[in-house]
Design a protein around this ligand. Structure first.
Ligand code: FAD
Ligand code: 2HG
Ligand code: ZN
Length: 490
């Protein structure tokens, strides 16, 4: 775990007292909605799930967790915190990868987990209205009963929450097909730091009446308010879904395959994911799973199609397969024959993130890079660690492997440095070099995970002084006391 030598607790914020706990108990009751280490002898370990992040890399020291059950609860909590200068960290499923979801010092954790009811679903328009704390998998299962699909999918779906997905503007595996939260979110209910409820939970597709304020909360990472409910447009679920997994001999071939997939699969293409050999080998070692193809290839890609007509889709997919195999764009491949096989092909992609930290620690970089140069960064990173003697097969070397994978269809690379332990030398060797590299190519230092605490120092590589000043202005307007998720990127 990291300590924070460069950060100081803001002395303006009050420490939580017994009186504060009494107020929250009065509001939320004596049950499990309050986890109190201020007046009770609650052990450190009970707070672990709220203080430590998914990577065990960031750790706060919160002694009070609040789990409101209604929007009104959230409103009363925030008003009290704002009046009393108590700092708050909103928390969903705590799967965020940039240290944004855990406190830094003793901020109160406001968990949305008990705010988890689906409010309505309209199967004509496809609009789902649901509380922020509904888990992504449950939201998708719910709309699946009505033959619809939640327009976001990601590896953490069993734990992450839809409100937090909006707060991080999560991208995921289907963005290529369904677009981002900025397009799919039709309305939000948000509690502002002073307790005011901004009810913009509309279900309209079109509404050009001045500033679109809800957009500000999409990707704000809990710095200007707490999202309590969302209204989201869900597409029709496709009855025909196919998944193919290919081995390719070079990154050039992967780019060709992507072009062909767009050309030949066009409207039924629903995912195009890239995995390098190193990422698949690490996944194999970490999970013990057998990889789908008999031989090894330098690159793999996973292609998913979703359409309304099985025969029509199969015909398209077969023509595509014939073409890419015939032209030797891909060397070998497999198409899932049943649901189990489909899931195991997806697992080869979705399981990489976890495999990254299986052998100790991981440094994660989530980057937008123009497609032509996207994989150069992985090669250069590997060379860098080989040259400086930090990477090798024996346990003496901190770096075990450098892997590259990601949402190729969205020009989004995930560069992971899998280490045997967290080591400042590794971090120093790659940061800020990696951000400079990306900035020089007009990429983004955070494609989809956000900035949180991890990228706080580096926002200038992707945003101009003017834009950062405007962001600070927005923060000051919405949260003049600065109680919302302090110490993070803004
Ligand atoms: P948390 O981690 O609890 O919180 C994330 C941020 O949102 C924090 O800053 C928090 O303060 C804030 N927040 C939470 N709830 C609210 C709220 N109701 N109102 C205001 N602010 C709030 N991300 C992607 O974009 N694409 C992926 O493909 C992807 N895959 C992943 C795979 C794995 C295995 C893992 C572990 C993570 C992955 N992530 C991915 C990152 C992460 O899952 C997403 O960022 C997700 O949206 C976070 O949801 P959460 O409920 O865990 O939120
Ligand atoms: C994914 O696409 C996630 O698997 C996680 O965004 C990426 O762990 C990572 O670096
Ligand atoms: Zn991702």
């Amino acid at each position: 775990s990291e300590s924070y030598p460069n950060l100081k607790r803001d002395s303006r914020f009050k420490e939580v007292t017994a009186d504060d706990v009494k107020f929250f108990r009065g509001l939320l009751g004596e049950g499990s909605a309050v986890l109190d280490g201020v007046t009770q002898k609650t052990g450190e370990e009970d707070f672990e799930a709220y203080n430590a992040d998914w990577m065990r890399k960031y750790r706060g020291q919160c002694r009070l967790v609040l789990k409101p059950e209604t929007t009104e609860h959230v409103s009363k909590i925030l008003k009290y915190c704002n009046d009393n200068l108590l700092a708050v960290t909103p928390q969903g499923g705590n799967t965020g990868l940039v240290g944004g979801s855990v406190p830094v010092f003793d901020e109160i954790v406001l968990s949305l987990s008990k705010l988890n009811t689906v409010r309505s679903f309209d199967d004509v328009s496809g609009v789902l209205v649901a509380d922020a704390g509904v888990i992504l998998q449950q939201a998708d299962d719910y709309v699946a009963q009505h033959n619809h699909i939640f327009p976001l999918d990601l590896g953490a779906k069993g734990t992450c929450q839809i409100g937090a997905n909006v707060a991080t503007n999560a991208g995921g595996l289907r963005l290529l097909r369904y677009g981002s939260m900025h397009g799919n979110i039709l309305g939000l209910e948000v509690v502002l730091p002073d307790g005011t409820v901004m009810d913009d939970l509309g279900t309209l597709r079109k509404n050009n009446t001045g500033y679109d304020l809800k957009q500000l909360f999409i990707g704000a990472e809990g710095t200007i308010g707490v999202i309590t409910a969302i209204s989201i447009l869900c597409p029709q679920r496709s009855p025909a879904v196919n998944v193919a997994y290919f081995g390719l001999e070079s990154y050039e071939k992967v780019q060709e395959a992507f072009k062909e997939a767009k050309k030949q699969l066009s409207e039924i293409l629903s995912a195009f994911e890239l995995m390098d050999h190193q990422s698949q080998d690490l996944y194999r070692q970490a999970s013990g799973a057998k990889l789908p193809l008999e031989n090894d290839y330098p690159f793999y890609c996973l292609i998913e199609t979703s359409g309304s007509n099985t025969d029509h889709d199969s015909e398209k997919l077969n023509n595509f397969l014939e073409h890419v195999m015939g032209e030797e764009i891909v060397q070998d491949g497999v198409v899932a024959q049943d649901e189990t096989q489909l899931q195991s092909l997806w697992a080869c992609r979705e399981g990489i993130s976890e495999a990254g930290q299986h052998f100790g620690g991981v440094y994660k970089y989530d980057l937008s890079i123009p497609l032509g140069q996207l994989y150069d960064l992985v090669i250069e990173t590997r060379e860098r660690f080989q040259k400086n003697g930090l990477m090798g097969d024996s346990d003496d070397f901190p770096v075990k492997e450098v892997i590259g994978y990601g949402h190729m269809g969205d020009s989004n690379l995930h560069l992971n440095v899998a280490t045997r332990r967290y080591d400042k030398e590794v971090e120093k060797a790659i940061e800020p070099w990696v951000y400079e590299w990306v900035s020089k190519r007009n990429g983004s230092i955070s494609a989809e995970h956000g900035l949180g605490l991890a990228k706080k120092e580096f926002i200038g590589y992707s945003r101009s002084e003017t834009m950062i000043a405007l962001m600070k202005g927005v923060k000051g307007l919405y949260d003049p006391n600065g109680i919302m998720n302090p110490y993070k990127y803004i």
